[in-house]
Design a protein around this ligand. Structure first.
Ligand SMILES: Cc1ncc(COP(=O)(O)O)c(C=O)c1O
Length: 458
Protein backbone atom coordinates (compact mmCIF):
# COMPACT_ATOMS: atom_id res chain seq x y z
CA UNK A 1 0.00 0.00 0.00
CA UNK A 2 1.23 3.48 -0.76
CA UNK A 3 0.01 6.84 0.48
CA UNK A 4 -0.97 9.62 -1.84
CA UNK A 5 1.56 12.46 -1.87
CA UNK A 6 -0.21 15.69 -0.89
CA UNK A 7 -0.11 18.66 -3.29
CA UNK A 8 1.91 20.84 -0.87
CA UNK A 9 4.53 18.13 -0.28
CA UNK A 10 8.19 19.19 -0.20
CA UNK A 11 9.14 16.19 -2.30
CA UNK A 12 10.51 16.78 -5.80
CA UNK A 13 7.72 16.69 -8.32
CA UNK A 14 9.95 15.89 -11.26
CA UNK A 15 12.28 13.03 -12.06
CA UNK A 16 15.97 13.91 -12.40
CA UNK A 17 17.43 10.93 -14.23
CA UNK A 18 21.15 10.24 -14.42
CA UNK A 19 22.09 9.39 -18.00
CA UNK A 20 18.75 10.24 -19.64
CA UNK A 21 19.44 13.88 -18.73
CA UNK A 22 21.38 13.95 -22.04
CA UNK A 23 18.09 13.79 -23.95
CA UNK A 24 15.62 15.52 -21.66
CA UNK A 25 14.55 19.11 -22.34
CA UNK A 26 11.71 19.38 -19.86
CA UNK A 27 11.16 17.90 -16.42
CA UNK A 28 9.11 14.72 -16.26
CA UNK A 29 6.40 14.67 -13.62
CA UNK A 30 6.77 12.09 -10.89
CA UNK A 31 3.30 11.83 -9.41
CA UNK A 32 0.94 12.89 -12.20
CA UNK A 33 0.53 11.33 -15.62
CA UNK A 34 2.34 13.74 -17.97
CA UNK A 35 0.32 15.53 -20.68
CA UNK A 36 2.83 14.85 -23.44
CA UNK A 37 4.09 11.56 -24.88
CA UNK A 38 7.85 10.85 -24.88
CA UNK A 39 10.17 8.77 -27.03
CA UNK A 40 10.45 5.12 -26.02
CA UNK A 41 14.28 5.23 -25.81
CA UNK A 42 14.22 8.19 -23.52
CA UNK A 43 11.60 6.70 -21.21
CA UNK A 44 13.49 3.41 -21.18
CA UNK A 45 16.66 5.21 -20.08
CA UNK A 46 14.85 7.31 -17.45
CA UNK A 47 13.36 4.26 -15.80
CA UNK A 48 16.55 2.22 -16.09
CA UNK A 49 18.51 5.04 -14.44
CA UNK A 50 16.17 4.97 -11.50
CA UNK A 51 16.12 1.20 -11.11
CA UNK A 52 19.92 1.18 -10.73
CA UNK A 53 19.25 2.11 -7.11
CA UNK A 54 17.42 -1.09 -6.33
CA UNK A 55 19.52 -3.63 -4.40
CA UNK A 56 22.16 -5.86 -5.96
CA UNK A 57 20.61 -9.32 -6.27
CA UNK A 58 23.97 -11.07 -5.76
CA UNK A 59 24.28 -9.50 -2.34
CA UNK A 60 20.69 -10.08 -1.28
CA UNK A 61 20.66 -12.89 1.24
CA UNK A 62 17.19 -11.95 2.45
CA UNK A 63 14.91 -13.04 -0.35
CA UNK A 64 13.88 -16.56 -1.25
CA UNK A 65 12.78 -15.39 -4.68
CA UNK A 66 14.67 -16.14 -7.89
CA UNK A 67 16.84 -13.30 -9.14
CA UNK A 68 18.46 -14.91 -12.17
CA UNK A 69 17.31 -17.08 -15.05
CA UNK A 70 19.09 -18.17 -18.18
CA UNK A 71 18.92 -15.78 -21.16
CA UNK A 72 16.88 -18.35 -23.12
CA UNK A 73 14.30 -18.45 -20.32
CA UNK A 74 14.22 -14.66 -20.17
CA UNK A 75 13.73 -14.52 -23.92
CA UNK A 76 10.90 -17.02 -23.76
CA UNK A 77 9.29 -15.02 -20.97
CA UNK A 78 9.65 -11.76 -22.90
CA UNK A 79 8.12 -13.39 -25.97
CA UNK A 80 5.11 -14.65 -24.01
CA UNK A 81 4.18 -11.60 -21.95
CA UNK A 82 0.85 -11.26 -23.73
CA UNK A 83 -0.44 -14.66 -22.69
CA UNK A 84 -3.27 -14.40 -20.20
CA UNK A 85 -3.50 -17.58 -18.20
CA UNK A 86 -7.25 -17.35 -17.71
CA UNK A 87 -7.85 -17.25 -21.44
CA UNK A 88 -7.40 -20.95 -21.95
CA UNK A 89 -9.41 -20.83 -25.15
CA UNK A 90 -7.13 -18.36 -26.87
CA UNK A 91 -3.99 -19.91 -25.42
CA UNK A 92 -4.71 -23.65 -25.31
CA UNK A 93 -1.02 -24.56 -25.50
CA UNK A 94 -0.19 -22.39 -22.51
CA UNK A 95 -3.07 -24.09 -20.69
CA UNK A 96 -1.70 -27.46 -21.66
CA UNK A 97 1.75 -26.52 -20.42
CA UNK A 98 0.18 -25.58 -17.08
CA UNK A 99 -1.52 -29.02 -17.02
CA UNK A 100 1.80 -30.73 -17.75
CA UNK A 101 3.48 -28.83 -14.90
CA UNK A 102 0.68 -29.84 -12.49
CA UNK A 103 1.23 -33.46 -13.53
CA UNK A 104 4.99 -33.21 -13.08
CA UNK A 105 4.51 -31.82 -9.59
CA UNK A 106 1.92 -34.47 -8.71
CA UNK A 107 4.51 -37.07 -9.61
CA UNK A 108 7.31 -35.21 -7.80
CA UNK A 109 5.16 -35.07 -4.65
CA UNK A 110 4.19 -38.74 -4.90
CA UNK A 111 0.51 -38.56 -5.63
CA UNK A 112 -0.68 -42.12 -6.28
CA UNK A 113 -0.79 -43.54 -9.77
CA UNK A 114 -4.57 -43.34 -10.10
CA UNK A 115 -4.25 -39.88 -11.63
CA UNK A 116 -6.62 -38.30 -9.09
CA UNK A 117 -4.50 -35.33 -8.07
CA UNK A 118 -5.51 -31.94 -9.35
CA UNK A 119 -4.00 -28.51 -9.09
CA UNK A 120 -3.38 -25.11 -10.55
CA UNK A 121 -0.72 -22.50 -10.93
CA UNK A 122 -1.09 -19.39 -8.77
CA UNK A 123 0.59 -16.02 -8.44
CA UNK A 124 2.75 -17.41 -5.64
CA UNK A 125 2.54 -19.50 -2.51
CA UNK A 126 0.34 -16.96 -0.74
CA UNK A 127 -2.45 -17.49 -3.24
CA UNK A 128 -1.88 -21.26 -3.06
CA UNK A 129 -2.19 -21.14 0.75
CA UNK A 130 -5.41 -19.07 0.51
CA UNK A 131 -6.95 -21.57 -1.89
CA UNK A 132 -5.93 -24.56 0.20
CA UNK A 133 -7.22 -22.86 3.36
CA UNK A 134 -10.53 -22.09 1.63
CA UNK A 135 -10.87 -25.71 0.56
CA UNK A 136 -10.37 -26.77 4.20
CA UNK A 137 -12.91 -24.24 5.43
CA UNK A 138 -15.49 -25.24 2.87
CA UNK A 139 -14.98 -28.95 3.51
CA UNK A 140 -15.37 -28.37 7.27
CA UNK A 141 -18.50 -26.26 6.75
CA UNK A 142 -20.13 -29.00 4.71
CA UNK A 143 -19.19 -31.73 7.17
CA UNK A 144 -20.25 -29.76 10.25
CA UNK A 145 -23.33 -27.98 8.94
CA UNK A 146 -25.69 -29.82 11.25
CA UNK A 147 -23.42 -30.23 14.26
CA UNK A 148 -21.18 -27.31 14.98
CA UNK A 149 -21.95 -23.79 16.08
CA UNK A 150 -18.35 -22.85 16.81
CA UNK A 151 -15.95 -20.71 14.79
CA UNK A 152 -13.62 -22.60 12.46
CA UNK A 153 -9.98 -22.66 13.52
CA UNK A 154 -6.69 -23.51 11.87
CA UNK A 155 -3.73 -24.91 13.81
CA UNK A 156 -0.21 -23.87 12.83
CA UNK A 157 3.15 -22.92 14.30
CA UNK A 158 3.66 -19.27 15.22
CA UNK A 159 6.59 -19.37 12.78
CA UNK A 160 4.06 -19.60 9.91
CA UNK A 161 4.49 -17.10 7.10
CA UNK A 162 2.31 -13.97 7.14
CA UNK A 163 0.08 -15.33 4.35
CA UNK A 164 -1.53 -17.59 6.96
CA UNK A 165 -2.36 -14.63 9.22
CA UNK A 166 -3.91 -13.05 6.15
CA UNK A 167 -5.88 -16.17 5.33
CA UNK A 168 -7.29 -16.33 8.85
CA UNK A 169 -8.19 -12.66 9.00
CA UNK A 170 -9.63 -12.33 5.49
CA UNK A 171 -11.70 -15.52 5.76
CA UNK A 172 -12.65 -15.30 9.44
CA UNK A 173 -10.89 -18.36 10.71
CA UNK A 174 -9.39 -18.39 14.20
CA UNK A 175 -5.63 -19.01 14.01
CA UNK A 176 -4.44 -21.31 16.79
CA UNK A 177 -0.73 -20.80 16.97
CA UNK A 178 1.56 -23.31 18.61
CA UNK A 179 4.14 -21.07 20.35
CA UNK A 180 7.83 -21.51 19.67
CA UNK A 181 10.15 -22.55 22.47
CA UNK A 182 13.86 -22.10 23.06
CA UNK A 183 15.57 -24.72 20.90
CA UNK A 184 12.32 -25.56 19.06
CA UNK A 185 11.74 -22.98 16.35
CA UNK A 186 8.90 -24.67 14.51
CA UNK A 187 5.71 -26.62 15.11
CA UNK A 188 5.68 -29.43 17.67
CA UNK A 189 3.17 -32.08 16.53
CA UNK A 190 1.99 -33.03 20.06
CA UNK A 191 1.31 -29.37 20.87
CA UNK A 192 -0.50 -28.87 17.55
CA UNK A 193 -2.76 -31.83 18.17
CA UNK A 194 -3.55 -30.56 21.68
CA UNK A 195 -5.04 -27.42 20.08
CA UNK A 196 -7.34 -29.34 17.70
CA UNK A 197 -11.05 -29.75 18.29
CA UNK A 198 -14.19 -30.39 16.24
CA UNK A 199 -13.92 -26.90 14.72
CA UNK A 200 -10.38 -27.39 13.43
CA UNK A 201 -10.47 -27.15 9.63
CA UNK A 202 -6.90 -28.37 9.29
CA UNK A 203 -3.31 -28.23 10.49
CA UNK A 204 -0.58 -26.55 8.45
CA UNK A 205 2.86 -28.12 8.34
CA UNK A 206 5.68 -26.03 6.91
CA UNK A 207 8.53 -27.31 4.74
CA UNK A 208 10.62 -25.38 5.63
CA UNK A 209 10.20 -22.58 8.06
CA UNK A 210 10.67 -19.03 6.80
CA UNK A 211 12.33 -18.20 10.12
CA UNK A 212 15.26 -20.63 10.00
CA UNK A 213 14.86 -22.98 7.02
CA UNK A 214 14.07 -26.02 9.19
CA UNK A 215 11.51 -28.63 8.14
CA UNK A 216 8.51 -29.25 10.35
CA UNK A 217 8.06 -32.97 11.09
CA UNK A 218 5.09 -33.65 8.78
CA UNK A 219 5.15 -37.47 9.11
CA UNK A 220 5.09 -37.20 12.90
CA UNK A 221 2.26 -34.69 12.67
CA UNK A 222 0.29 -37.11 10.49
CA UNK A 223 0.86 -39.88 12.97
CA UNK A 224 -0.31 -37.75 15.92
CA UNK A 225 -3.43 -36.80 13.96
CA UNK A 226 -4.07 -40.48 13.15
CA UNK A 227 -3.92 -41.18 16.87
CA UNK A 228 -6.29 -38.30 17.56
CA UNK A 229 -8.74 -39.74 15.07
CA UNK A 230 -8.46 -43.18 16.67
CA UNK A 231 -9.04 -41.80 20.16
CA UNK A 232 -11.53 -38.97 19.58
CA UNK A 233 -12.93 -39.55 16.10
CA UNK A 234 -11.65 -36.19 14.75
CA UNK A 235 -10.47 -36.48 11.15
CA UNK A 236 -8.27 -33.43 10.64
CA UNK A 237 -6.44 -32.90 7.33
CA UNK A 238 -2.93 -31.55 6.81
CA UNK A 239 -1.92 -28.92 4.28
CA UNK A 240 1.82 -28.73 3.64
CA UNK A 241 3.07 -25.21 2.99
CA UNK A 242 6.09 -26.30 0.96
CA UNK A 243 6.69 -22.80 -0.43
CA UNK A 244 10.43 -23.46 -0.53
CA UNK A 245 10.76 -27.13 0.38
CA UNK A 246 8.44 -28.40 -2.36
CA UNK A 247 11.29 -27.83 -4.80
CA UNK A 248 14.09 -28.80 -2.41
CA UNK A 249 13.14 -31.92 -0.45
CA UNK A 250 12.36 -34.10 -3.52
CA UNK A 251 15.90 -33.48 -4.79
CA UNK A 252 18.02 -33.18 -1.66
CA UNK A 253 16.13 -35.36 0.81
CA UNK A 254 14.24 -37.82 -1.44
CA UNK A 255 13.70 -40.28 1.42
CA UNK A 256 12.01 -37.74 3.66
CA UNK A 257 8.30 -38.56 3.75
CA UNK A 258 6.33 -35.32 3.88
CA UNK A 259 4.07 -35.29 0.81
CA UNK A 260 1.12 -37.23 -0.68
CA UNK A 261 2.76 -40.44 0.53
CA UNK A 262 1.08 -39.49 3.82
CA UNK A 263 -2.66 -40.09 3.44
CA UNK A 264 -3.47 -37.22 5.76
CA UNK A 265 -1.76 -34.69 3.50
CA UNK A 266 -4.61 -33.36 1.38
CA UNK A 267 -2.95 -30.42 -0.33
CA UNK A 268 0.49 -28.93 -0.95
CA UNK A 269 1.64 -25.53 -2.20
CA UNK A 270 5.04 -24.38 -3.47
CA UNK A 271 6.49 -21.24 -4.98
CA UNK A 272 7.75 -21.73 -8.50
CA UNK A 273 9.53 -18.43 -7.98
CA UNK A 274 11.61 -19.66 -5.03
CA UNK A 275 13.54 -22.91 -5.42
CA UNK A 276 11.42 -23.66 -8.52
CA UNK A 277 13.98 -21.18 -9.96
CA UNK A 278 11.53 -18.98 -11.89
CA UNK A 279 11.29 -15.18 -11.74
CA UNK A 280 8.57 -13.79 -9.41
CA UNK A 281 4.94 -14.45 -10.22
CA UNK A 282 4.35 -18.20 -10.15
CA UNK A 283 3.26 -20.68 -7.51
CA UNK A 284 1.48 -24.02 -7.39
CA UNK A 285 -1.14 -25.74 -5.30
CA UNK A 286 -2.22 -29.36 -5.65
CA UNK A 287 -4.89 -31.49 -3.98
CA UNK A 288 -4.59 -35.22 -3.44
CA UNK A 289 -8.07 -36.03 -4.75
CA UNK A 290 -11.10 -34.21 -6.19
CA UNK A 291 -12.94 -34.90 -2.91
CA UNK A 292 -10.43 -32.64 -1.17
CA UNK A 293 -11.41 -29.66 -3.31
CA UNK A 294 -15.09 -28.82 -2.74
CA UNK A 295 -16.79 -28.33 -6.10
CA UNK A 296 -18.57 -25.14 -4.95
CA UNK A 297 -15.18 -23.38 -4.98
CA UNK A 298 -14.51 -24.17 -8.61
CA UNK A 299 -16.06 -21.87 -11.21
CA UNK A 300 -16.73 -22.74 -14.80
CA UNK A 301 -15.83 -19.85 -17.03
CA UNK A 302 -17.19 -19.78 -20.54
CA UNK A 303 -17.08 -16.13 -21.54
CA UNK A 304 -13.74 -16.49 -23.26
CA UNK A 305 -14.79 -19.42 -25.41
CA UNK A 306 -14.73 -23.04 -24.21
CA UNK A 307 -15.66 -24.22 -20.72
CA UNK A 308 -12.84 -24.14 -18.20
CA UNK A 309 -13.04 -24.86 -14.47
CA UNK A 310 -10.96 -22.41 -12.43
CA UNK A 311 -10.10 -21.96 -8.77
CA UNK A 312 -8.12 -18.77 -8.30
CA UNK A 313 -8.34 -15.43 -6.54
CA UNK A 314 -7.46 -13.47 -9.66
CA UNK A 315 -9.06 -13.68 -13.07
CA UNK A 316 -6.45 -12.41 -15.57
CA UNK A 317 -2.81 -13.07 -14.80
CA UNK A 318 0.39 -13.54 -16.78
CA UNK A 319 1.03 -16.96 -18.30
CA UNK A 320 4.75 -16.53 -18.85
CA UNK A 321 5.71 -17.65 -15.33
CA UNK A 322 4.12 -21.01 -16.05
CA UNK A 323 5.99 -21.19 -19.34
CA UNK A 324 9.24 -20.39 -17.54
CA UNK A 325 8.52 -23.11 -14.99
CA UNK A 326 8.05 -25.59 -17.81
CA UNK A 327 11.32 -24.37 -19.38
CA UNK A 328 13.12 -25.18 -16.12
CA UNK A 329 11.55 -28.62 -15.85
CA UNK A 330 12.67 -29.53 -19.37
CA UNK A 331 15.99 -27.72 -19.26
CA UNK A 332 17.18 -28.86 -15.83
CA UNK A 333 15.45 -32.17 -15.32
CA UNK A 334 15.81 -33.82 -11.94
CA UNK A 335 19.60 -33.90 -12.29
CA UNK A 336 19.84 -30.18 -12.94
CA UNK A 337 17.67 -29.25 -9.96
CA UNK A 338 19.66 -31.64 -7.80
CA UNK A 339 23.00 -30.16 -8.87
CA UNK A 340 21.94 -26.55 -8.33
CA UNK A 341 20.33 -27.27 -4.97
CA UNK A 342 23.28 -29.36 -3.81
CA UNK A 343 25.55 -26.39 -4.59
CA UNK A 344 23.28 -24.11 -2.58
CA UNK A 345 23.29 -26.56 0.30
CA UNK A 346 27.09 -26.96 0.24
CA UNK A 347 27.46 -23.18 0.33
CA UNK A 348 24.92 -22.88 3.17
CA UNK A 349 26.74 -25.54 5.21
CA UNK A 350 30.10 -23.89 4.55
CA UNK A 351 28.74 -20.49 5.60
CA UNK A 352 27.05 -21.73 8.74
CA UNK A 353 30.21 -23.59 9.77
CA UNK A 354 32.35 -20.47 9.26
CA UNK A 355 29.86 -18.34 11.16
CA UNK A 356 29.75 -20.79 14.07
CA UNK A 357 33.58 -20.81 14.18
CA UNK A 358 33.87 -17.03 14.55
CA UNK A 359 33.10 -17.22 18.25
CA UNK A 360 30.37 -14.55 18.19
CA UNK A 361 27.32 -16.49 17.09
CA UNK A 362 25.18 -19.49 17.87
CA UNK A 363 23.37 -21.30 15.05
CA UNK A 364 19.62 -21.96 15.20
CA UNK A 365 19.91 -24.13 12.08
CA UNK A 366 22.74 -25.17 9.74
CA UNK A 367 21.17 -25.09 6.30
CA UNK A 368 21.00 -28.88 6.05
CA UNK A 369 17.25 -28.87 5.27
CA UNK A 370 16.49 -25.82 3.15
CA UNK A 371 19.78 -24.14 2.17
CA UNK A 372 18.74 -21.46 4.63
CA UNK A 373 19.92 -20.93 8.18
CA UNK A 374 19.55 -18.52 11.07
CA UNK A 375 21.93 -17.53 13.84
CA UNK A 376 21.91 -15.36 16.90
CA UNK A 377 24.57 -13.72 19.07
CA UNK A 378 26.16 -15.61 21.94
CA UNK A 379 24.94 -14.04 25.22
CA UNK A 380 28.45 -12.69 26.02
CA UNK A 381 28.61 -10.66 22.78
CA UNK A 382 27.22 -7.21 23.50
CA UNK A 383 26.34 -5.81 20.09
CA UNK A 384 23.03 -5.65 18.27
CA UNK A 385 22.24 -7.79 15.26
CA UNK A 386 20.20 -4.87 13.92
CA UNK A 387 23.37 -2.76 13.94
CA UNK A 388 25.28 -5.56 12.29
CA UNK A 389 22.59 -5.80 9.62
CA UNK A 390 22.86 -2.04 9.02
CA UNK A 391 26.65 -2.20 8.73
CA UNK A 392 26.47 -5.11 6.34
CA UNK A 393 23.96 -3.09 4.33
CA UNK A 394 26.53 -0.31 4.05
CA UNK A 395 28.80 -2.86 2.38
CA UNK A 396 25.93 -3.77 0.04
CA UNK A 397 24.82 -6.99 1.73
CA UNK A 398 21.16 -7.40 2.52
CA UNK A 399 20.98 -9.75 5.44
CA UNK A 400 17.96 -9.27 7.66
CA UNK A 401 17.87 -9.23 11.46
CA UNK A 402 14.50 -9.86 13.08
CA UNK A 403 12.95 -11.03 16.29
CA UNK A 404 11.22 -14.41 16.45
CA UNK A 405 7.44 -14.46 16.93
CA UNK A 406 5.44 -14.39 20.16
CA UNK A 407 6.90 -16.28 23.08
CA UNK A 408 10.41 -16.02 21.63
CA UNK A 409 10.28 -12.34 20.66
CA UNK A 410 13.37 -11.55 22.73
CA UNK A 411 15.47 -13.71 20.46
CA UNK A 412 16.83 -11.63 17.59
CA UNK A 413 18.29 -13.61 14.71
CA UNK A 414 19.87 -13.13 11.31
CA UNK A 415 18.92 -15.33 8.41
CA UNK A 416 20.78 -16.27 5.26
CA UNK A 417 19.00 -17.69 2.22
CA UNK A 418 21.46 -19.29 -0.17
CA UNK A 419 20.31 -19.16 -3.77
CA UNK A 420 21.94 -20.23 -7.00
CA UNK A 421 23.63 -16.88 -7.53
CA UNK A 422 25.49 -17.08 -4.20
CA UNK A 423 28.71 -18.87 -5.04
CA UNK A 424 31.44 -20.16 -2.75
CA UNK A 425 33.61 -17.13 -3.65
CA UNK A 426 30.85 -14.69 -2.78
CA UNK A 427 30.34 -16.62 0.47
CA UNK A 428 34.01 -16.04 1.32
CA UNK A 429 33.64 -12.31 0.67
CA UNK A 430 30.57 -12.26 2.87
CA UNK A 431 32.37 -14.03 5.73
CA UNK A 432 35.28 -11.56 5.57
CA UNK A 433 32.89 -8.62 5.68
CA UNK A 434 30.89 -10.15 8.53
CA UNK A 435 34.07 -10.64 10.57
CA UNK A 436 35.25 -7.12 9.85
CA UNK A 437 31.94 -5.52 10.77
CA UNK A 438 31.70 -7.51 14.00
CA UNK A 439 35.22 -6.43 14.95
CA UNK A 440 34.29 -2.82 14.22
CA UNK A 441 31.12 -2.99 16.31
CA UNK A 442 32.98 -4.55 19.23
CA UNK A 443 35.68 -1.89 19.01
CA UNK A 444 33.14 0.98 18.90
CA UNK A 445 30.55 0.19 21.57
CA UNK A 446 29.32 3.80 21.73
CA UNK A 447 28.53 3.91 18.04
CA UNK A 448 25.73 1.41 18.45
CA UNK A 449 22.29 2.71 17.78
CA UNK A 450 19.80 2.82 20.61
CA UNK A 451 16.71 3.37 18.44
CA UNK A 452 14.42 0.42 17.92
CA UNK A 453 14.68 -1.08 14.45
CA UNK A 454 11.65 -1.73 12.31
CA UNK A 455 10.77 -5.39 12.24
CA UNK A 456 11.51 -7.41 9.15
CA UNK A 457 8.52 -8.76 7.26
CA UNK A 458 8.76 -12.28 5.94
C1 LIG B 1 6.64 -20.96 4.23
C2 LIG B 1 6.16 -19.87 3.32
N1 LIG B 1 4.87 -19.82 2.97
C3 LIG B 1 4.38 -18.88 2.14
C4 LIG B 1 5.20 -17.89 1.64
C5 LIG B 1 4.64 -16.84 0.71
O1 LIG B 1 5.12 -17.11 -0.56
P1 LIG B 1 4.94 -16.17 -1.83
O2 LIG B 1 5.93 -15.08 -1.65
O3 LIG B 1 5.26 -17.08 -2.97
O4 LIG B 1 3.52 -15.69 -1.86
C6 LIG B 1 6.55 -17.88 1.99
C7 LIG B 1 7.47 -16.82 1.51
O5 LIG B 1 8.57 -16.67 1.94
C8 LIG B 1 7.05 -18.89 2.85
O6 LIG B 1 8.34 -18.96 3.20
Amino acid sequence: MHKQVPKDSQEDEAITPTYASRFIDEPIAKYVIPDKSQSPDMVYQVIKDELMFDGNAHMNLATFVTTWMEPQASRLMAETFEKNLIDKDEYPQTADIERRCVNMLAQLWHSDNAGQALGTSTVGSSEGCMLAGLAFKCRWQTAHKAKSKGRPNLVLGSNAQICWDKFCRYWEVEPRFVPLERGQYHLRPDKAVALCDENTIGVVGILGSTMDGSYEPIAELAQELDELQASKGLDIPIHVDAASGGFVAPFLQPDLVWDFRLLRVKSINASGHKYGLVYPGVGWVLWRHPDDLPSELVFDVNYLGGEMPTFALNFSRPGNGVIAQYYNFLRLGRQGYMRILQNCQDTALFLSEQIAKMGYFELLSRGDELPVFAFTLLPKIKVSLYDLSDRMRERGWQVPAYSLPKNMENLVVMRIVVKENFSHDIANMFINDLKEQMEWLLAHPYAHSSVPHPSFHH
